[in-house]
Write a protein that binds this ligand. Structure first.
Ligand code: MN
Ligand code: MN
Length: 293
């Protein structure tokens, strides 16, 4: 049985929308910009295009590698030299795209080596994709490109296969070799996401990053809660998206049903850059769905 999604055009469209949202986020991330307003604008652009965010816009900064989204009263504004990962997801009826890039706020060149390392790792990983490829060959290509710049790939953050309504499906795409025995089949959709750092190359859990998801269907006993589940299913969401007091109170009552995500912080407090594309394993190699305009 072919793993190609039957509605491939929907996956392509979700990826076009995610890519445009990513580029918007990168443009808006300037000195003095509000982190909360940038996240709101990214997500609004996805909704305006007829899709839904597949997860809250992640705007992780400096030694934060991933999984930070602003909460409703986030007051941070970006400053010159901040290294910001703009990681964006969009979905159309569960057809998900996940894509990211990194920007140095203010347009300097302090962090150019890190940003280039992540992008070159992504390019090298994409170039290794073909039907039947060992995931390990992709990982080796990613790690080689990052190490060629004298930097470290993050060992315990990985890309992943994507299935309908499942952002992290069965397969991991590690950023270092020696971790996977999987191979890829034509028709699979994967996210490749190298992270490059000048730290130790491992993340650890930091504080709560304002991202949660339902572990399971809460049923119908609590109408406010079932309305929230109908909106988000098991995809990640955030309090900025939950505006009524009634729904916020319902979430407070349902803590045990929710998975909470900590921010991933570089263990040596090194700086981290990320680049990510959603890729279809095509007959002749990678079909980069989220390449964008
Ligand atoms: Mn991502
Ligand atoms: Mn991802």
């Amino acid at each position: 049985m072919s793993p190609y999604p039957e509605d491939l055009e929907r996956w392509r469209e979700a990826s076009r929308i995610a890519a445009r949202a990513r580029e918007l986020g990168l443009r808006l991330t300037v000195p003095g910009a509000s982190r909360r307003e940038v996240a709101d604008a990214i997500e609004a652009s996805i909704r305006d295009a007829g899709a839904q965010p597949a997860f809250p816009a992640n705007l992780s900064r400096n030694d934060e590698a991933a999984h930070y989204t602003p909460d409703p009263d986030d007051s941070l504004t970006f400053v010159v030299g901040d290294l910001v990962k703009v990681d964006v997801g969009a979905h159309l009826d569960g057809a998900i795209s996940d894509t990211a890039d990194t920007i140095e706020v203010g347009g300097g060149h302090r962090h150019e080596n890190l940003i280039r390392a992540a992008r070159e790792g992504l390019r090298a990983g994409i170039a290794a994709v073909r039907p039947g490829v060992r995931v390990d060959d992709i990982s080796r290509a990613i790690a080689g490109a990052i190490r060629a710049r004298g930097l470290k790939p993050m060992e315990n953050l990985t890309g992943h296969s994507i299935e309908r309504y499942l952002l992290h499906a069965g397969k991991s795409i590690p950023n270092v070799p020696g971790m996977s025995d999987d191979t890829l089949e034509e028709g699979e959709v994967i996210a490749i996401e190298p992270f490059a750092t000048n730290g130790v190359g491992m993340i650890e859990n930091g504080v709560f990053g304002n991202i949660v998801r339902f572990r399971s269907d809460p049923g119908t006993r609590d109408p406010a809660l079932s309305a929230l589940f109908a909106r988000f299913r098991t995809l990640p969401f955030t309090l900025r998206w939950v505006s009524s007091d009634e729904e916020r109170a319902a979430l407070g009552r349902a803590r045990r049903r929710l998975q909470t995500y900590p921010v991933f912080v570089e263990r040596g407090r090194g700086l981290v850059a990320q680049a990510e594309h959603t890729v279809l394993v095509g007959p002749a190699g990678a079909d980069v769905l989220s390449a964008g305009p």
